[in-house]
Write a protein of this length. Structure first.
Lengths: 307, 381
């Protein structure tokens, strides 16, 4: 199982040589549902695949399906509403826990109370993430069990077509875009990437193949300040969190900000994916190769990895 | 910067003739901005010339002085960085006064009351999301009429549907008082198109509602509030994919429109999640009822006094803006702690500007992105 994470492809295109380096023959499945209604505009991407690209059309399939299967549409909207409500509560709890951690770290400690308070604040932050992750998984399971989902003949047909295309593919490429829309499409069509199928992913696609998915943007005009867990990813690289466009989206030179992020995910590898980055993970492992850049409290360092 | 103002350098060259003044006027834009000083110019055979404005803190009028024996008049005033001021020139010939926009300044601002000249200090920039962006997909404006029992008339509205509108999505709802003025004078459709395209603001449905009898209906008027909460919003919920939770409903307005927004939220507590108040006419008295605003403000002052006596948390969040140069600045500043003490989250912004549409337009980017943060966090291209 080869999984390759790339930096953003807009300015530094590495997908073509990377796919060629896989040395595989046959069609290559393209997943670009994160592009939403621009999903069919895939000619440039297909060109990088030497004309072998076959688009799974997950976004278009979803649009077509939901326009004819009203029960399914109601179930999907219900799931979306539940997820959004859960996220709203998560953000309230998360921001408070995050603010508390920073407040503790700003407070002077002369009698040894600071370390204990710091640990408790970090644990509280992780607890909020754990609660949210558990609840997302619960509502995802419940939605999957809806009759409108499990009993939809049309959905079953689309799922079978997607699975068949994947079964005949020699590799998968997964592009960026809106990671929430991408994950919705992957869930709806129960996309299961066969373990022996090489995957090349970048931007939102890279986030989706890792686990968990964490949203971040330090320079958005407004909104919650803390990084947010969004969902479990597909788990090809479990315990790895992808940070596309890290240099453009994160205050890497802010040690306090970076420390809060790293303390929150102590058992994870936090991988920045900037222009030109290529992280090739070998078959049968989630361990990052030597030389992979990961976040440390001081910003970015090069680690030995655990190859 | 030499330290000496251009107009003073001209004075030192007196006597100056017509061609010298022609060259001076042609060389310098009007007003002349030098550091934190603005020099207004007028040229004409008049007995007096003035700059008329509504900047609190500066004398009005600003009396211009003739430069030597010439027909050039000038006055210099302080203008802090980032300021933006609207003004007109007033002249006197004998007993006759006349007021008009600055003939030497092509920059105009428009409002329902007409147009004014604009003086922008160094540091002021028109936000780049104000002008139409050819890359931004445009939303759609739909005209509709809502029959209103509360107002006893058919109420016309404009509904803004964002680009890529999709009935399978659910959208936040923004109700805009003085709706057609926001469209015309604040360019709000273009602003929404751009902010949504940039992912700064969540795609939303906005409803632009023009007033009937504005002074009456916007000053804490029960039928107006009933129309908004019991007729307009239910009709929108029925016909459009609008999010049903109060948290996703916002009322906005400027000046009296701010009072219409707040008073509607007060009458229907918990029905709306947020308010965007721009230079709201939050006039109140601490003792007596001598508010100085004239009869139109009587119901406003009564309403604000009553609210201040017993403040309540009527929405979750309020985004407030006010110009530091407008008379309402003190009232707005005073209301911030009142709202906050109720537990309402308040984001309050002041700008070095006045009670005008360009000010309200310029604050939309920050306000709307605070109330409806866009999906930037979700998009990784």
């Amino acid at each position: 199982m080869t999984t390759i994470l790339l930096g953003p492809q807009r300015f530094t295109v590495t997908v073509a040589p990377t796919v060629r380096s896989l040395d595989v023959a046959g069609p290559i499945a393209m997943i670009n549902a994160g592009w939403e209604e621009r999903e069919p505009d895939d000619a440039e991407l297909a060109g990088h695949l030497d004309g072998r690209g076959v688009n799974l059309r997950l976004y278009q399939r979803a649009v077509e399906l939901l326009s004819v299967d009203h029960a399914l549409r109601a179930a999907v909207l219900e799931h979306r509403a539940r997820h959004e409500e859960l996220r709203a509560f998560y953000r309230i709890r998360l921001q408070s826990a995050h603010d508390a951690l920073l407040a503790v770290r700003h407070r002077t400690s002369r009698h040894g109370g600071g370390a204990s308070a710091d640990l408790a604040a970090v644990l509280a932050l992780r607890d909020v993430d754990d609660w949210y992750t558990y609840e997302v998984a619960r509502i995802t399971r419940e939605t999957a069990a809806y009759e409108a989902i499990s009993g939809s003949a049309e959905l079953a047909r689309h799922r079978a077509e997607v699975a068949e295309t994947l079964a005949g593919a020699s590799a998968v490429v997964m592009a960026g875009g809106h990671v929430g829309i991408l994950m919705e499409a992957l869930h709806l069509f129960a996309v299961d990437l066969p373990a022996d199928l090489p995957v090349v992913a970048w931007s939102a696609g890279a986030m989706a193949v890792c686990d968990p998915i964490v949203l971040f943007h330090d320079f958005a005009p407004h909104g919650i300040a803390a990084d947010e867990v969004h969902d479990r990813g597909l788990g090809r690289l479990s315990g790895v969190i992808a940070f596309p466009h890290a240099k453009r989206r994160i205050r890497l030179d802010d040690p306090e900000r970076m420390a809060a992020l790293i303390d929150r995910f102590p058992n994870h590898s936090l991988v920045p994916l900037d222009d030109g980055t290529i992280v090739r993970v070998a078959t049968g492992t989630s361990a990052l190769p030597a030389g992979t850049r990961v976040f440390a409290p001081s910003g970015i360092v090069t680690t030995e990895g655990a190859s | 910067m030499t330290g000496r103002l251009a107009i003073n350098r001209l004075r030192e060259r007196l006597p100056v003739d017509g061609p010298a003044i022609d060259r001076f006027v042609a060389r310098h834009a009007s007003p002349i901005i030098e550091g934190e000083r603005a020099t207004f110019l007028y040229r004409g055979d008049v007995d007096d010339a003035f700059v008329r404005h509504r900047v609190v803190g500066l004398p009005d009028p600003l009396t211009m002085r003739r430069i030597g024996e010439s027909d050039l008049w000038a006055v210099t005033t302080v203008l802090p960085e980032g300021s933006r001021v609207e003004y007109q020139i007033e002249i006197r010939k004998g007993d006759a006064y006349e007021r008009f926009n600055d003939p030497l300044n092509p920059w105009l601002a428009h409002s329902p009351m007409g147009s004014s000249s604009v003086c922008a200090a160094s540091g002021y920039r028109v936000p780049d999301w104000v002008a139409p962006d050819p890359e931004a997909r445009p939303g759609t404006l739909i005209q509709q009429v809502i029959p209103s029992k509360a107002l006893r008339r058919d109420q016309p509205i404009h509904i803004y549907l964002p680009a890529r509108f999709n009935r399978a999505q659910r959208y936040p709802l923004l109700v805009v008082h003085d709706g057609t003025d926001y469209l015309k004078f604040a360019g709000m459709k273009t602003v929404l198109d751009n902010l949504i395209y940039r992912l700064d603001v969540d795609p939303l449905i906005a409803v632009f509602v023009p007033p009937g009898d504005r002074i009456k209906e916007y000053a804490n008027y029960a039928p107006h509030a009933r129309f908004i909460a019991r007729e307009l919003v239910p009709a929108l919920l029925e016909g459009l994919p609008v999010r049903e939770e109060p948290e996703w409903r916002c009322l906005m307005g400027s000046s009296f429109g701010g009072i219409a927004s707040l008073s509607t939220a007060v009458r229907y507590q918990g029905f709306f999640g947020s308010l965007l108040l721009q230079s709201a006419s939050l006039v109140f008295t601490d003792i007596g009822f001598d508010h100085g605003g004239g009869p139109a403000f009587d119901p406003v002052v009564k309403f604000v006094n009553k609210y201040r006596a017993k403040p309540a948390r009527v929405v979750d969040r309020i985004y407030m803006t006010c110009g530091t140069y407008e008379p309402l600045i003190t009232a707005n500043r005073s209301m911030v702690p009142v709202f906050r003490h109720t537990g309402t989250r308040v984001h309050y912004i002041e700008a070095r500007d006045g009670h005008n549409w360009d000010n309200w337009r310029d604050r939309l980017g920050d306000g709307l992105s605070w109330l409806f943060p866009g999906p930037q966090r979700f998009v990784y291209e």
